[in-house]
Write a protein that binds this ligand. Sequence first.
Ligand SMILES: [Ca+2]
Length: 77
Amino acid sequence: MSDANEPVNEYAATFRMVDLDGDGFISVDELKSLMRALGQEIDHVRAVEVMVEADGSRDGKMSLEEFTAFMSRYAGR
Ligand SMILES: [Ca+2]
């Protein structure tokens, strides 16, 4: 099995872990849990700001695609 053509998979496992209620999107609360797991203490206002930044489709939650872009930017390199 080769996943060489699927760079998204790098974050898909993380996405599923972060998506605590399993609805396929990361909510602000789930984002807060993620940031804490990354060692970033974050308050609700900051979490909303991060969400707005990452939420390209403006639906108030992060899809896997948006999450991948977010992680590449935030945790990347
Ligand atoms: Ca969720």
